[in-house]
Write a protein that binds this ligand. Structure first.
Ligand code: FNR
Length: 413
C-alpha cells in the first residue's frame, strides 16, 4: 500500500522498480568484474534463459468477484510465521557488490522480516550478520567441505548464531563454467574474497596454519595445480589467471586451504544420515531438479527441499527451474515444504511458483542489484517491491491468502 502511494505521489524511488532497469542501473555502478560475477550464468547462459522462459510460459488467469479486501501473505516455515513467502537466497562474495556486503543485506532482511540465508561463501562472518539481525530469522547455507571437522564447526557456529535452518547446496560440487568471469580473468575466490566464513573459523585457521607450516619460518608452499583443479574445473583450461590471481593479500595458505577443501565430489545420499546427526536444525536440500531426487531426499529424512538450478550458474543447457517444480511438488506430496528459486524477478513470478506448489520463494540477483545501488536501503526496496507486487497480483486475481494460489489460476502460454 505505502509503496503504491509513494509511486503515484511523485516520490521517485532510488532503486528502479522493474528488474530490467534495476539490472541496467546496477551494471553502471558495479565494476565490470563484479557485474560479470553477479549477472553471469554458466556457458551460453541458456539455463538462465530457460528459467525465464519457464516462468513466461505460464500465464496467470485472473478471477473476479471474490472478496479480496483483506489479504494475508503470511506463511509458516519451520515453526515461524513469516509476513510474506519470500527469502533472500544465499549469495557469496558480496564484497564485490557493496563495501557493507552481507551485513547490509542482514540489516535489510531483519528490517523487512524476510529470512536471510547466510552463505558459506559470505564476505562477512555469520556472527557479524547475526549481530545485525537481532532475533530476525536467518538460515545457514552449507557447502559440504572435504573437512568434516570444518563442517561440524560451521554447523555449531550457525546454531550459536541463531540460524533456524540449514540449507545444503548440492549443485556446486565444482564451480560452473562461468564464461564472463573467465574472459575477464576474474575468477571468484581466487584473491581471497568470499572466504570470511572460513578465515573466521578456528578449525579452518588451524588447517591453514598447518598447511603453511606455522609457526615455522621458511618458504611458503607453492600453489599446487591439483588444489586449484579440485575446485575449478575451469582451471584445467585456464590455469593462468587462476594462479596469477592467487597472489593474494591474505595468507596464501588460507586461499589454498580453501581451494583444497571447498567441496566434496564424492558425497552420496548415504552421507545425509551423518549430517542429520550433526545438527538439530531442520535440513533443506538446495539444487534439486529431479523428482526422483526429491523422493530420495524424503527417504533421507530431510525437512525441506529447494527447487533451484543456482540461477542457471552451474549446468548450461539445463531445464528451466520452474519446469522442475510441479514434478517435485507431486513427489513430495505435502510432507515437507518445497521452496523455489531461479529466475524470479517480480511479484507475478512469485505468484506463479506459489500457484505451482512452492511454499515460499528465494530471490538472488534482484537484491544484489538493490545492494549495489543503495546498500541496505536498496535491498529493502527490492523486497518491498516484490511483496507489494505479489500483494497487488493477488488482489487482481481474486486471491485473499496464499492458500488461494492454485494451479488452476495458471494457463499455458
Ligand atoms: C549465488 N547462489 C549461491 N547459492 C548458494 O547456495 N551459495 C552461494 O554462495 C551462492 N552464491 C551466489 C552468488 C551469486 C552472485 C548468485 C547470482 C547466486 C545461488 C543463489 O542462492 C540462488 O539459487 C540464485 O541466485 C537464484 O536465482 P536468481 O534469483 O539469481 O535468478
Amino acid at each position: 500500500g505505502v509503496i503504491y502511494r509513494d509511486g503515484v505521489s511523485g516520490v521517485r524511488p532510488t532503486v528502479p522498480t522493474a528488474f530490467p532497469e534495476l539490472e541496467r542501473r546496477a551494471a553502471r555502478v558495479l565494476s565490470a568484474k563484479a557485474y560479470a560475477y553477479v549477472a553471469g550464468s554458466a556457458g551460453l547462459e541458456s539455463t538462465a534463459d530457460a528459467n525465464r522462459r519457464a516462468l513466461d510460459r505460464h500465464h496467470i488467469v485472473p478471477r473476479m468477484l471474490r472478496d479480496v479486501s483483506a489479504r494475508d501473505l503470511s506463511v509458516e516455515l519451520f515453526g515461524r510465521r513469516l509476513a510474506s513467502p519470500l527469502l533472500l537466497a544465499p549469495i557469496g562474495v558480496l564484497e564485490l557488490v557493496h563495501p557493507e556486503a552481507d551485513v547490509a543485506v542482514a540489516r535489510a532482511a531483519a528490517a523487512e522480516g524476510v529470512p536471510y540465508i547466510l552463505s558459506t561463501q559470505a564476505s562477512r562472518p555469520m556472527e557479524q550478520c547475526a549481530a545485525a539481525m537481532g532475533d530476525a530469522p536467518r538460515w545457514f547455507q552449507l557447502y559440504w567441505s572435504k573437512s568434516e571437522e570444518l563442517v561440524a564447526s560451521f554447523l555449531a557456529r550457525a546454531e550459536a548464531a541463531g540460524c533456524e535452518a540449514l540449507v545444503v547446496t548440492l549443485d556446486t560440487t565444482v564451480l560452473g563454467w562461468r564464461a564472463r568471469d573467465l574472459d575477464l580473468g576474474s575468477l571468484p575466490f581466487s584473491q581471497g574474497q568470499g572466504i570470511a566464513q572460513y578465515t573466521s573459523d578456528p578449525v579452518f585457521r588451524r588447517l591453514a596454519a598447518e598447511r603453511a607450516g606455522q609457526p615455522k619460518t621458511g618458504p611458503k608452499p607453492k600453489v599446487t595445480p591439483a588444489a586449484v583443479r579440485s575446485l575449478f574445473s575451469i582451471a584445467r583450461t585456464h590455469p593462468g589467471p587462476m594462479l596469477r590471481n592467487l597472489r593474494s593479500p591474505l595468507p596464501r595458505a588460507a586461499v589454498e586451504t580453501f581451494l583444497d577443501i571447498f567441496s566434496r565430489q564424492d558425497l552420496t545420499w548415504g552421507d545425509l544420515a551423518r549430517l542429520r546427526s550433526m545438527t538439530r536444525l531442520p535440513i533443506l536440500l538446495k539444487g534439486l531438479q529431479h523428482a526422483d531426487d526429491a523422493r530420495r531426499a524424503l527417504a533421507a529424512g530431510v525437512d525441506g527441499v529447494i527447487v533451484s538450478n543456482h540461477g542457471g550458474r552451474q549446468v548450461d543447457g539445463a531445464t528451466g527451474s520452474l519446469d522442475a517444480l510441479p514434478g517435485i511438488v507431486e513427489a513430495v506430496g505435502g510432507r515437507v515444504p518445497v521452496l523455489f528459486d531461479s529466475g524470479v524477478r517480480g511479484g507475478a513470478d512469485v505468484f506463479k511458483a506459489l500457484a505451482l506448489g512452492a511454499r515460499a520463494v528465494c530471490v538472488g540477483r534482484p537484491y544484489c542489484y538493490g545492494l549495489a545501488l543503495a546498500g541496505a536501503d536498496g535491498v529493502r526496496q527490492v523486497i518491498q517491491n516484490l511483496r507489494a507486487e505479489l500483494d497487488l497480483t493477488m488482489a487482481l486475481t481474486g486471491c485473499a491468502s496464499l492458500a488461494d494460489l492454485t494451479p488452476d489460476l495458471l494457463a499455458p502460454a
